[in-house]
Design a protein around this ligand. Structure first.
Ligand code: HEM
Length: 408
């Protein structure tokens, strides 16, 4: 294997799931793994895999055994070693604390709440834009624009340029494939370069004239007694723009998919009682959200009954943990009244718990609230076949479109 390819962990080569539908609905395979091989070693890639809730949680929490300092990953994004000083996701406590503190100010529930009116009015505007149509694509009209406009506003990047940074982050989040590795790596390198060149002058401007946004906070922030360099701020900005839009788009798309196909009666229930919407959002994160995280084994261990060697990689199959019957009764059913569904691990756990969780939850909730108020019904477009609407993503497949009928 070439050195560069060895850095990437190829998920499909572990699951061996071939068709798009299987990759979109890998839940039967997860169940089989939980029952038959809950701790599974893949010799081809030298990677351990854990599928049970308790194991996944342990991997995420225990940074002494399972470290975020890693060379290999599911999604190696091109970057230089020396601009990694402020990368919040590639270090462990205690170093992690100061890097995270740089960003966390912007993401406290209080500062997110200050953004609420702006997010609500954007959501209302997007939903109102559907008026007069009977068939619309939820992904194109709602799930893509809301998160990207919001994160651009928060950072202080012109949201009119969103098509540009959407295209770059799509490429950066592309999954690797063995046969296309060099092509994909080259595309990612190019996208990263263009993204940096785009953000650089914006960051310089913030340094000259700081305003009330995240990039301005970052140019003024200090890490271990030193200001961040312009390059470091650019890198953080790219990380947030990427994290802030791709995954929230998936949450919104999957939420609509679940209302259409997993539990169609839920829409009328939400119409009657909109206070149930946050519960639906939480349950979708548990039930229909493909997430996996990787860690490096930091010291030899037998915590899971097998000999894991220092330096090997572990994949925590979060989406499998979220369907573990030992943790969630009738886990294979979408149930918005479930008690304790907030214990899902879709946002991770422990020191690296997702900083954007309150923002993602808020966006999905406000958007659906606005939608439910306006439309009396939503149903799948005629003859909709899911495999025609999927696209490969790091953790399997995501919806690239979702055509629905809407009724005022
Ligand atoms: C539905 C949407 C989202 C999901 C499911 C999600 C999921 C996750 C997960 C699983 C982690 C843990 C990574 C690890 O353990 O190594 C994480 C970390 C992170 N997320 Fe999110 N995320 C979402 C939205 C967002 C948004 C909107 C933002 C920012 C605008 C964001 C920013 C971050 C950051 C900065 C980290 C790194 C935290 C750290 O390493 O300390 N996320 N996210």
């Amino acid at each position: 294997m070439e050195a560069s390819l060895r850095k990437a962990i190829l998920l499909h080569d572990i699951t061996k799931l071939q068709s798009k539908e299987e990759q979109w609905e890998p839940y039967a395979w997860y169940k089989e793994m939980r029952e038959k091989s809950p701790v599974f070693y893949d010799p081809e890639q030298d990677v351990w895999n854990v599928f049970l809730y308790d194991h996944v949680k342990r991997v995420l929490f225990d940074h002494e055994l399972f470290s975020n300092k890693r060379e290999r990953s599911l999604i190696p994004i091109p970057r230089n070693q020396n601009d990694d000083r402020n990368n919040v996701n590639s270090c462990d406590p205690p170093q992690h604390r100061s890097r995270r503190a740089l960003l966390s100010k912007a993401f406290t529930p209080r500062s997110i709440n200050e953004w609420k009116p702006r997010i609500q009015s954007l959501a209302n505007e997007l939903v109102a834009g559907l008026e007069g149509q009977t068939t619309v694509d939820i992904v194109e009209k709602l799930a893509i624009p809301l998160p990207i406009i919001v994160i651009a506003d928060l950072l202080g990047v012109p949201s009119k340029d969103r098509e540009l940074f959407k295209a770059w982050s799509n490429i950066l989040f592309l999954p690797y494939a063995k046969d296309l590795f060099e092509d994909i790596a080259a595309k990612k390198g190019q996208a990263m370069k263009e993204f940096e060149e785009y953000l650089y002058p914006i960051v310089l401007e913030k340094r000259r004239h700081p305003v009330n946004d995240i990039l301005s906070d970052l140019v003024q922030a200090e890490l271990e007694g030193e200001k961040l360099t312009d390059e470091e701020v650019v890198k953080s900005g790219i990380g947030l723009l990427g994290a802030g839009n791709e995954i929230t788009t998936t949450l919104i798309s999957n939420m609509f998919y679940s209302m259409l196909f997993d539990k169609p009666e839920v829409y009328q229930e939400l119409r009657k009682d909109a206070s149930l919407i946050p519960k639906l959002v939480e349950e979708v994160l548990r039930f229909r959200f493909l997430v996996t995280m990787d860690r490096r084994v930091a010291q030899d261990t037998t915590v899971f009954g097998h000999e894991m060697k220092q330096g090997q990689m572990v994949i925590a199959w979060i989406a499998s943990a979220n369907r573990d019957e030992a943790q969630f009764a009738h886990a294979g059913e979408l149930d918005i009244h479930r008690a304790g569904n907030q214990h899902h691990l879709a946002f991770g756990a422990g020191a690296h718990f997702c900083l954007g969780a309150p923002l993602a939850r808020l966006e999905a909730t406000l958007l659906l609230t606005s939608f439910v108020e306006r439309f009396s019904n939503v149903s799948p477009a005629d003859g909709m076949k899911v495999d025609e609407h999927l696209t490969a993503s790091v953790t399997g497949q995501s919806l690239k479109s979702l055509p629905v009928h809407i009724k005022r």
